[in-house]
Design a protein around this ligand. Sequence first.
Ligand SMILES: NC(=O)c1ccc[n+]([C@@H]2O[C@H](COP(=O)([O-])OP(=O)(O)OC[C@H]3O[C@@H](n4cnc5c(N)ncnc54)[C@H](OP(=O)(O)O)[C@@H]3O)[C@@H](O)[C@H]2O)c1
Length: 310
Amino acid sequence: MPQKLIVIVGGTGRQGGSVARTFLSLPSWKVRITTRNPSSPAATELASLGAEVVQADLNDTSSIEKAFTNANAIFLNTDYWTVWRPFKASLDAEGKSYEPASEKAYETETSQGKRAVDAAAKIPTLERFIFSPLIDVIKASGGKYPRSGHANAKAWIANYIQTDHPELFKKTSLIYLGGYNDNPSLAPRPNEATGRYMFILPLKGSFRMPIINPSESTGKFVRALIEDEQPGTKLLAYDTYPSINEIVSNWGRENGKEADLIPITIQGLHEKVGLTWEHLDILSTLMETDDYMAGVDNYIEPSQLKSSKI
Ligand SMILES: NC(=O)c1ccc[n+]([C@@H]2O[C@H](COP(=O)([O-])OP(=O)(O)OC[C@H]3O[C@@H](n4cnc5c(N)ncnc54)[C@H](OP(=O)(O)O)[C@@H]3O)[C@@H](O)[C@H]2O)c1
């Protein structure tokens, strides 16, 4: 059997790197990763494992079209924070508000996603297209919380596939990643006065938060979506799905420390911890809907995958 080719956009990142390493271990697949910098340590490491590394930038249509040539499968992950972080830092330094960073990052991520989707739709060999979105916070909150650009940009891209590329949509599956296991908002802070640790969160103790190690686990789920599942599958991908109370007690047990869930309002997080509405609108939506996948219909969870290899 001739090998198939998967092209991974964001192959040097956490999600894409996991997908690359998984497919490099499968004899039936060849792996091509895209990067803006083929000489970076992440790119050269994947090259040494056998990946074809091509220079491509989601801001440059022709580089992406070239990178997708002859692909049988494409994994697309877009990155909001690459644009948001440095722009916000420059605005902070000038004493300005952060909102223009969100506007610019939203505009950039949606344009990049559109460019990649348009390019994928032109590839005649393509059988499977996997995109990694987040929930649509505007839709899930009924328009109440419009400012989480990092989630809304990805939801826009997922919707664009369906509305503007019906043939590509027939080949598409979506992988919704759980919260990253190293997400700083889920990390406790020491309370100097008591010696205990505090998880300062606006979420109820009973709220269930799917958690994934993206660098380890994304690949096995993407493999299952490509090799085992029908296109059109929406998967919530996670390693564990604990409640916030369980996250706190598990952390305390694993680290031999006493830890507490310290409730805080969204306004309190904004004023005392300095989180922007970019981060808080999605938290408000999760809190009010009591659902990490608010607004997403008909998705499956890892236990519902056909594969016995997960
Ligand atoms: N934190 C969480 O709990 C959580 C949960 C779910 C989803 N997410 C989302 O995950 C996304 C980040 O994924 P990640 O963690 O895998 O990213 P990451 O490790 O930060 O890597 C970013 C990747 O994006 C690529 N990239 C950036 N700009 C690019 C451009 N202009 N053209 C082509 N490639 C570009 C980088 O490639 P090169 O630098 O090599 O070009 C790199 O491979 C974010 O958008 C975030 O919203 C986060």
